[in-house]
Design a protein around this ligand. Structure first.
Ligand code: HGY
Ligand code: MN
Ligand code: MN
Length: 417
């Protein structure tokens, strides 16, 4: 193994990496070892400040762009060269785990620190990024920060999005940006030479097949929608059923029709309704309005495209007395990662004698958007029983450190070519 790579890889500190996970897990901690660190919340701000404190301690440069993506940069010999980038997200689901997203940020920081401690000079700068609002749990859709950074979406598309309490994204973003005033200002869309994201698998394969590393080949396609059903509120006791415009009853009919539409014996297709807001949300008033989410996913482009196009007509057909408004909120086709980056990840995994498999990602990640603007790839490490988006999410320190070593080696390789 190249001397510089060996030296840097040997400086990955398992204990520091684990300790930082536990420290971050205190921010937004919820019972059952979980975290609730919603995007652009006070908890998100606290996590940003903690990450910046670690970056500053190593004299890395810190900057933030207009949607709050947070960048930590280690200089290269050629300051003008497009950097090699790594990163993930610090926001979590409402009942999230201690590793989803934050692992990719802390593994990236660990790689930067190990390279720095080894005194390895790289031709290119290496940058870590903590993307804003990857989860989309509070402010849908997901992967918002990377979508705006790469130009796939405009910031203006999202400023008026509201959370379940009616808080508007624009105000929460302004508060978050104001919380780190001494971070440099960063434009959207600066060129990158390559991007690698480390993440827990959020599925059971690595653990079942006793592999330490997943060399990720790509990400399945997604289509998200908001469906609004508009009826009329009325007295639950006096209003005959045949005179009602019951938005909740018809939302259920639409959801059942979509379940029929998406029935898949092979259990490859993913259909989820995870969010529902009911107005007036009172036991003895007929619902006048229901807003619910639709999350559709499939690895095959033709399939996800065909299904995405049937959502609106299916909803309109299933509704009888109410009006229906279907708004697409996410349209991501399946992505295939760059073969050179995938091969580089596998090369160093084997150099480090770590058992690995190649596999696609069922979950989406910011790498979905970075793959559109530069060669990109991902490194998975196992999580217990594949559980994620759940407080019980768990991972082993030795696996997290193994993934950070592969990341360190791959970043160094790409930063010198
Ligand atoms: O929804 C996803 O796939 C990701 O975990 N945000
Ligand atoms: Mn994630
Ligand atoms: Mn997630």
């Amino acid at each position: 193994m190249r001397e510089d790579v060996r030296d840097a890889v040997n400086r990955v500190d398992d204990n520091r990496l684990w300790r930082r996970h536990m420290e971050m897990a205190q921010i937004g901690a919820i019972p059952g070892n979980g975290v609730n660190r919603a995007a652009l919340s006070d908890e998100d701000i606290a996590a940003r400040k903690l990450l910046i404190s670690w970056a500053r301690a190593r004299d890395f440069a810190v900057s933030v762009d207009g949607i709050g993506n947070l960048f930590v940069r280690r200089a290269g010999q050629d300051a003008a060269a497009p950097p090699v980038m790594t990163g993930s997200h610090m926001d979590s689901q409402p009942r999230g785990g201690r590793f989803d997203g934050i692992y990719g940020v802390l593994a990236g920081l660990e790689a930067l620190e190990a390279i720095d401690a080894a005194g390895v000079e790289t031709q290119r700068p290496i940058e870590l990024v903590a993307w804003t609002n990857e989860e989309g749990g509070r402010f849908p859709p997901c992967t918002m920060g990377s979508a705006v950074y790469t130009g796939a979406r405009k910031l203006e598309d999202f400023l008026e999005v509201k959370d379940n309490d009616g808080v508007v994204l624009k105000g929460a973003l302004a508060k978050t940006l104001a919380a780190t005033p001494d971070a440099g200002k960063r434009a959207f869309g600066a060129p990158a030479a390559a991007y690698i994201e480390a993440h827990i698998e959020q599925g059971p394969r690595l653990e079942l097949e006793k592999k330490t590393i997943g060399v990720v080949t790509g990400i399945q396609g997604l289509r998200w929608f908001n469906i609004e059903v508009l009826g009329e509120t009325a007295h639950a006791g006096t209003t005959p059923l045949n005179l009602r415009k019951d938005a909740l009853r018809e939302a259920v009919a639409i959801i059942n029709a979509l379940h029929e539409l998406t029935r898949d014996e092979s259990d490859t297709l993913r259909f989820t309704v995870g969010r529902m807001l009911v107005t007036p949300n009172s036991p003895n008033s007929v619902a006048s309005q229901v807003l619910f989410s639709v999350d559709l996913r499939h690895p095959d482009l033709a399939t996800i495209d065909r299904l995405g196009k049937t959502v609106e007509p299916t909803a309109e057909k299933a509704a009888r007395h109410c009006q229906v408004k279907v708004t697409p909120t996410l349209h991501d086709d399946p992505c295939v990662f760059d073969s050179r980056v995938v091969d580089t990840i596998e090369k160093w995994t084997r150099e480090l004698k770590l058992p690995c498999i190649r596999l696609p990602s069922g979950a989406s990640h910011d790498a979905m958007y970075m793959a559109r603007v530069c060669p990109a790839g991902m490194i998975f490490v196992p999580c217990e029983k594949g559980i994620s988006h759940n407080e019980a999410e768990n991972a082993r320190p030795e696996d997290l450190a193994a993934g950070a070593r592969v990341l360190t080696a791959a970043l160094l390789d790409l930063a010198n070519c």
